[in-house]
Design a protein. Structure first.
Length: 436
C-alpha cells in the first residue's frame, strides 16, 4: 500500500497535472467504483437519472473490482495523469487519501466551486465526521456508508428449534445458536462473517467500547500502537477458531465473499454490512435482521462506526469538471435520492432529511430491522474507543491481520498467537508508513 513517500510523489505530480480539455459540449466524468451485484445496478441507475436530468455533464460509471483494487487503480491512474473525476474509496482507504491532501480536492471545496455551500448539520454526524478534517472540512462525499449487522435465515432457525422472531443479541448466544444449527443439520454451517477486520476488530472494539489502538485509534495522531491482543479480543477469536474446527464457523474470504455462503443457504447466520441487503433480498430467502452482537458489560453496546465508502475527487481537474462533479454531489444529496438509496440498498441515508423522510413514511414499521444500522451508529455519543479507526496504511494492516486470521482458522496457531503476531507486524508496518 502507498506510504507517505509514495503519496509525496503523487502530491508533486498534482502540481503539474493539468485538467483535461473537452471539445464536446457534454463533459464526461468517469466514476470509478467497486459496487457489484445489486449495488452496481443502483450505481448505473443513479448515473442514468443524473445524465437524463441535464445536458452539460455525463457520469460514466466504471467498475474497478474490489474496494482494495479500486483504490490501487485510482492511485495508479493518478500517477499516470489519467485519474478519473470521481473515485470511490472504502473506509479503510480514508487514511491513505487523507494523507495526500495535495493530491485531492476536498469535497466541500468542490461543492463550493459549483456554487453550493456545504452544511455539515444536514448530514448524519457520525458519517460526516468520519470523512472530515478536525476543523470540520469534509474531504470526501459519503456515498454508501454502512454499519455491520446480523442477518439470519428464519427457515434455518425454525429447523434448528430456534426462535425465528428473536435473533441472538450477544456473541455467546450467537455461538450457541450456530452450534444448534450445525448439530441439528438445519444447515451445513452455523455462522459466517464477511470482513473479519472491519466487523470483528474495528467495529468489535467500538461496539464493545474497548481500544483498537492508541491515539484514539489513530484519529488523535498517526503514531498508533495496536491493542488487538487484549483479553476480550483473544476470547472472541478463540471462540471463532474453536467453531471453525468442525465447520460450525466457515470462513468465506477477506472481504464480502462470505455473503454467498449465507444466500446459498449453507450458513444460517451472517454478520455483514447493512449494504449487503440488496443481494440478500435478491436471493429470495426468508431472512431476519438483528443488531451486531456484543459481549455483556457496563456501557455495552456502545456505537458502531461507518463502513462502506465515500467519493473522492483528485486535484488537477478543470473548473468545468469540478462544476460537473459538484452538480452530481448535489444530485446525490437530494432527499428523494438519499431516501431511495437507503431503502433499496441497505446503506445508511447520508442526510438527516432522508432519514426523517424514511421514518415518516412508515418504512421502518413495514420493514422491521431496517432502522437497526442507523440506531447502532447514532444511539450513543462516541467515546475515545468508538469514534472510528484511521491509520495511514489501514489496508496494509488489514492484510496483515487477515494473514494471521487465516493461519488461525487453518489450525496453525491459536488466537493469542495470531493476535500477538498481528499486533507486532501491524505496529511495524505503521511505523514504516509514518517514516519512523
Amino acid at each position: 500500500m502507498p506510504n507517505r513517500l509514495a503519496w509525496s510523489c503523487l502530491v508533486a505530480a498534482a502540481i503539474s497535472f493539468g485538467g483535461t480539455s473537452h471539445a464536446l459540449a457534454v463533459t464526461e466524468l468517469q466514476w470509478w467504483h467497486a459496487m457489484s451485484g445489486a449495488n452496481n445496478e443502483v450505481v448505473e441507475q443513479l448515473a442514468k437519472e443524473f445524465n437524463d436530468g441535464q445536458k452539460d455533464y455525463k457520469i460514466v460509471p466504471v467498475f474497478k473490482g474490489t474496494y482494495p483494487e479500486a483504490l490501487n487503480a485510482g492511485i495508479a491512474a493518478f500517477r499516470a495523469k489519467q485519474a478519473p473525476a470521481i473515485l470511490q474509496v472504502f473506509d479503510a482507504g480514508s487514511g491513505v487519501m487523507m494523507g495526500a491532501e495535495g493530491a485531492i480536492m476536498p469535497a466541500a471545496e468542490v461543492l463550493k466551486k459549483g456554487g453550493y455551500t456545504f452544511d455539515k448539520s444536514l448530514y448524519l454526524p457520525g458519517i460526516v465526521s468520519y470523512y472530515s478534517k478536525p476543523d470540520g472540512t469534509m474531504l470526501s462525499f459519503p456515498y454508501n456508508s454502512s454499519s455491520p449487522i446480523l442477518y439470519y435465515n428464519k427457515d434455518t432457525f425454525r429447523k434448528a428449534g430456534l426462535d425465528p422472531e428473536h435473533p441472538p443479541k450477544t456473541w455467546p448466544e450467537v455461538f450457541d445458536a450456530a452450534k444448534k444449527i450445525k448439530s441439528s443439520g438445519a444447515s451445513a454451517c452455523g455462522l459466517t462473517s464477511t470482513w473479519l477486520t472491519w466487523i470483528q476488530t474495528e467495529n468489535f472494539a467500538a461496539w464493545n467500547n474497548i481500544s483498537y489502538g492508541s491515539n484514539e485509534n489513530g484519529l488523535g495522531g498517526t503514531d498508533v500502537k495496536l491493542a488487538l491482543n487484549t483479553p476480550l479480543f483473544v476470547q472472541h477469536f478463540q471462540s471463532i477458531a474453536d467453531l471453525a474446527k468442525d465447520g460450525t464457523f466457515r470462513y468465506g474470504g477477506r472481504t464480502s465473499e462470505a455473503k454467498q455462503l449465507f444466500t446459498s443457504g449453507e450458513c444460517g447466520i451472517l454478520t455483514e454490512s447493512s449494504g449487503g441487503l440488496g443481494d440478500i433480498i435478491k436471493s429470495g430467502m426468508n431472512y431476519g435482521i438483528g443488531q451486531l452482537p456484543y459481549y455483556e458489560g457496563e456501557g455495552r453496546p456502545q456505537n458502531t462506526i461507518p463502513g462502506g465508502a465515500s467519493l473522492w475527487v483528485f486535484a488537477g481537474k478543470s473548473d468545468t469538471e469540478y462544476k460537473g462533479i459538484a452538480e452530481f454531489f448535489h444530485f446525490l444529496s437530494q432527499t428523494k435520492i438519499q431516501a431511495r438509496l437507503h431503502q433499496v440498498s441497505g446503506y445508511l441515508p447520508v442526510t438527516m432529511a432522508a432519514y426523517e423522510e424514511t421514518k415518516k413514511s412508515g418504512f421502518y414499521d413495514k420493514n422491521p430491522g431496517r432502522e437497526t444500522p442507523i440506531l447502532q451508529m447514532l444511539g450513543k455519543a462516541p467515546t475515545a474507543n468508538s469514534k472510528g479507526v484511521r491509520l495511514v496504511n489501514l489496508p496494509q494492516v488489514r492484510d496483515i491481520m487477515n494473514e494471521e486470521f487465516e493461519a488461525m482458522l487453518a489450525g496453525k496457531e491459536d488466537a493469542k498467537t495470531a493476535l500477538d503476531k498481528a499486533v507486532q507486524r501491524g505496529d511495524a508496518a505503521i511505523q514504516q508508513a509514518i517514516g519512523n
